[in-house]
Design a binder for this molecule. Structure first.
Ligand SMILES: Cc1cc2nc3c(=O)[nH]c(=O)nc-3n(C[C@H](O)[C@H](O)[C@H](O)COP(=O)(O)O)c2cc1C
Length: 201
């Protein structure tokens, strides 16, 4: 063992594409991987310089769309884009402004049922949610990136592709669903061999 200073600590988390509402009523899309859920309460890690942060503070609704592993190249099309105009100073070398991220990534809008930002049809799981609270994330390494926020949201509605639902139930089938995983800035799918299940499964 030795102590190291990796630039990032992204040990492998699912990717989501977050729909938020722009000031003109259109929907912005932002890929994220820093999010987790307890019950139906979800925390999103949002960099302050993202359009998503600005949108969530103005209009506290979003859709958390989960892409499947085959969609990694679609996510990668969104990766160099920001809804911010102009592009924030620290991002100018790698990012460009894009108003219509659906068109840029070849994605399709589908209206949401209880929130204003629209869903991404191609994502097999889509969760409509409202913001409960926003918190400042401290820490030096994130300050270098312009700072971050934890957006705590409550999921209001879960839409799932029939393919991933256990017949006749409300359960998602873990042997059918597999997230797109972001592992140190590389895209992975889960290994398809189940190791076991917890006592409550
Ligand atoms: C796979 C992936 C995961 C990302 N994870 C996050 C994240 O968890 N939080 C975040 O704020 N930005 C994350 N980003 C960077 C944002 O997508 C990026 O800042 C983008 O410009 C946001 O778009 P927006 O400015 O239009 O909101 C991620 C990017 C990719 C490609």
């Amino acid at each position: 063992m030795r102590s190291i200073e990796p630039k990032i600590l992204y040990f492998g988390t699912p990717v989501a594409i977050v729909s938020t509402l722009n000031e003109d009523g259109s929907t912005n899309l932002s890929p994220i991987s820093s999010f987790w859920t307890l019950g139906w309460t979800m925390t999103l890690g949002v960099l302050k310089d993202a359009k998503m942060a600005e949108n969530l503070e103005r209009h506290g609704e979003c859709v958390v769309n989960l892409p499947s592993p085959v969609m990694w190249e679609v996510v990668e099309k969104l990766a160099p884009l920001t809804g911010k105009d102009p592009v924030p100073e620290e991002k100018t070398k790698q990012f460009r402004t894009e108003k219509d991220k659906f068109a840029a990534a070849g994605l399709t809008r589908v209206g949401s049922e209880v929130v204003r930002p629209v869903r991404v049809r191609e994502c097999p799981i889509q969760m409509e949610a409202k913001v409960i609270s926003m918190h400042e994330l401290g820490g030096q390494k994130i300050a270098v990136l312009g700072g971050g926020l934890a957006a705590v949201v409550e999921v209001l509605k879960v839409h799932a592709d029939e393919e991933f639902i256990v017949d006749g139930t409300d359960h998602l089938a873990p042997d059918k669903w597999s997230p797109l995983v972001y592992n140190f800035r590389h895209y992975y799918s889960l290994a398809d061999k189940e190791l076991g299940k917890t006592f409550r499964a």
